[in-house]
Design a protein around this ligand. Structure first.
Ligand code: UD1
Ligand code: CA
Length: 478
């Protein structure tokens, strides 16, 4: 059920000059999502009839992000301030009785806080309710000048503060609830009386208060929630808060995280009980980890789906791969897109796997490349085995049955098939299919020449006596 009286307006047209970036501010990420997406997600549970995003800088890019999330983009061209941005949004608001206004660059805001803001606005029957926060360092923010009690007299921007006002540490979050029919006439009276010649929404709040309308301040319980991202340092501070919250959520779900401040977890990642995540791990994208897994130090998982009891040894990279239960990977393994490791299989150090299925209990323990391969169960891939899947023009498949034994340092030139139970002799370059149960061996035959080494040494010693120069013997010593 939509809340028909409510509209949400997110101001996101600004460039973010202080970021010094070619990317619009609200598209910068914090906590694994763009700022604007974070704000939209916090608003979604309010079920507003309309959600409007005022866009300006890189309007097309921002629109492409917000429209799929159910918001309507309204262009503000040029950007003449936050008050002007609201005027631009007016038509899109229709006849909403209440409007929650947010800044696209303050992404930590929680749904519960917006609900409390709405409730405070309704119970005070206010014209405007301002979400405020008390900060130890209020610099850079607009300050709240109070009338009496909860009532606000004005919001004064940093650049316009008197010395006395500079001491105020209650700040404007730029998150408000307005009764639009009161806001519009007040906005019409705002003048661009500042050095940027902008129309400030904050001044409309002052106009309402001076007209005797009820303007109340609601202090955010957690001041961190209203932090805005004006600089790169702000972005990193906000990212840190999101990341910490995500790790706490995982720990609350029964996951052990060693040195949590070194572990990066994206918002959609899940992990089962008694999973252990060691220091320096990154869990990215849509990664899903089962119960009782161990992800050892320095490993990076991106869009990886792991069953229960999987061990990822140190410094392994696992991307776009499916790992069934009881698999052990690494250390120093690299799994790329389209890899499926079935239960009990083992991928060891310096093994790369791409677009391949590895059957139950199959092992490739050392120094191997498996690309475009389908491998059955309980097969042993010897050290240094390479599937030669690329001929310079096309990729070709390698099919290896169950119970196969591939000797070390074999090259399997695709397309090629090895039947169930086949053997491949070490050092072979296999260019033809090996039938089930057969031995494929393709290498030069070994010849041992008796006494050859002693003879060779005698020859070398003799040549040294005859023609040996000082230069040569020096070189040998080195
Ligand atoms: C604003 C508030 C300030 C508050 C702070 C909280 C004003 C004048 N000041 O300051 O009181 O303490 O937020 O973070 O409102 N935007 C537009 N169109 C414009 C200008 C801005 O859509 O013409 C958008 C920006 O993209 C941004 C938001 O409005 O998402 C806030 O603008 P910003 O320039 O960051 O304002 P602050 O200086 O941070
Ligand atoms: Ca800001």
């Amino acid at each position: 059920m939509k809340n028909n009286d409510l509209a949400i307006v997110i101001l996101a047209a600004g460039k973010g000059t202080r970021l010094k970036s070619s990317l619009a501010k609200v598209l910068h990420p914090a906590g694994g999502r763009s700022l604007i997406e974070q704000v939209l997600r916090s608003c979604a549970p309010l079920k507003a009839r309309r959600t409007i995003v005022v866009v300006g800088h890189q309007a097309e890019k921002v629109t492409a992000v917000v429209e799929p999330l159910g918001a309507q983009a309204v262009p503000q061209q040029p950007q003449r301030g936050t008050g002007h941005a609201m005027m631009v949004a007016r038509r899109a608001l229709g006849n909403a009785k209440l409007a929650i206004v947010l800044a696209g660059d303050a992404p930590l805001i929680r749904t519960e806080t917006l609900q409390a803001l709405l409730a405070a606005h309704r119970s005070a029957n206010a014209a405007a309710t301002v979400l405020t926060a008390v900060l130890a360092d209020p610099s850079g923010y607009g300050r709240i000048v109070r009338k009496s009690g909860d009532h606000v007299a004005a919001i004064v921007e940093e650049s316009q503060l008197t010395d006395a006002q500079r001491e105020i540490n209650e700040i404007n979050s730029a998150i408000y609830c307005f009764s639009p029919q009161k806001l519009w006439p007040a906005l019409a009276r705002v003048k661009p009386n500042n050095k940027h010649r902008e129309l400030y929404l904050t001044d409309a709040v002052g106009v309402l208060a001076s007209q005797g309308e009820t303007v109340v301040a609601q202090i955010a319980g957690d001041a961190r929630e209203v932090l805005g991202c004006n600089t790169r340092a702000d972005l990193s501070a906000v990212d840190r808060i999101f990341r910490e919250a995500k790790r706490d959520a995982l720990m609350n779900a029964g996951v052990t995280i060693q040195l949590p401040e070194t572990v990066l977890v994206d918002p959609d990642v899940t992990a089962g009980e008694d999973t252990v995540i060691e220091a320096g791990v990154q869990l990215l994208g849509a990664t899903k980890i089962g119960a009782r897994c161990t992800i050892r130090a320095g490993s990076v998982l991106a869009d990886a789906v792991l069953g229960d009891d999987v061990v990822i040894e140190a410094h392994s990279l696992v991307a776009q791969s499916r790992i069934d239960a009881d698999v052990v990977i690494g250390p120093f393994a690299r799994l790329r897109g389209g890899t499926h490791l079935k239960s009990g299989s083992r991928i060891g150090n310096f093994v790369e796997v791409k677009n391949s299925t590895v059957g139950e209990g199959t092992k490739a323990m050392h120094l191997t490349y498996l690309g475009d391969a389908r491998i059955g169960n309980k097969t042993n891939i010897g050290a240094g085995t390479i599937t030669c899947n690329y001929d310079g023009f096309h990729k070709h498949p390698t099919t290896i049955g169950s119970g196969v034994f591939i000797g070390s340092d074999s090259a399997l030139v695709a397309p090629v098939r090895l039947g169930d139970g086949a053997y491949v002799g070490a050092g072979s370059t296999i260019t033809e299919n090996v039938p089930a149960g057969a031995l494929g061996i393709a290498r030069g035959r070994q010849a041992n020449k008796a006494g050859w080494a002693a003879k060779k040494r005698r020859e070398l010693a003799a040549s040294e006596k005859v023609g040996g120069s000082k230069k040569k013997s020096k070189a040998r010593r080195r």
